[in-house]
Design a protein. Structure first.
Length: 191
């Protein structure tokens, strides 16, 4: 389910869409606002189910799409739609929401997103920061980060692969099944 939302904004932003060349750009030290750039804000939402109680709108910010398809960013200062049609905004580049307490998206993720603008979903991890149950949101999908060596690049011996195949079958191991796994492995292994 989509949880990354990019919306144009009339306000200055370091994250922009370059109109003439059709690509995103992020600048660490500039807030751009001119005719060549379409300023954007990114909103990352949570998939948590919200209660049917409009008091949730008293804190935080929410992403809402109305029946016509228009998008609204809901805060305690705006109208209160049905909470079932909203998603809580947990990370953003919107400076107004950051001032109201929504966590800012870090520069490392913005740099990655400029290179991967088709990404629509990123897993989120909520971690407790203090005893008062203050939460910090982390982007939990590690593959968006710079390429780092991983176990997936590890080479396995034939014996290790056969052992993994044998253990992966939940049925009772028999010599006939073991023979079939071995024949299948021999047929498809790289030679």
């Amino acid at each position: 389910m989509k949880n990354i939302h990019v919306l144009p904004t009339p306000k200055p932003s370091r994250f922009t869409f370059i109109k003439y060349y059709s690509y995103y750009r992020f600048r660490e030290d500039e807030f751009i606002n001119d005719d060549a750039h379409q300023n954007q804000h990114i909103y990352i939402t949570s998939d948590e189910a919200l209660p049917y109680d409009s008091s949730i709108f008293d804190s935080g910010a929410f992403y809402h799409i109305d029946p016509v398809g228009d998008v609204h960013i809901i805060t305690k200062h705006t109208f209160k739609p049905n909470p079932h049609f909203c998603k809580r905004i947990i990370l953003t580049t919107d400076q107004d929401l950051i001032k109201d307490g929504v966590q800012a998206i870090d520069d490392e993720f913005l740099e990655w997103f400029v290179k991967n603008p088709s990404c629509e979903n990123i897993p989120i991890i909520m971690t407790t920061v203090s005893k008062e149950s203050t939460y910090k949101t982390n982007i939990g999908f590690e593959s968006w980060r710079k390429e780092e060596p991983s176990q997936d690049n590890r080479m396995y011996s034939e014996e290790e692969v056969l052992d993994i195949l044998r253990k992966s079958h939940s049925i009772e191991q028999t010599s006939k099944m073991d023979s079939w796994i071995t024949k299948w492995f021999e047929q498809f292994k790289k030679k």
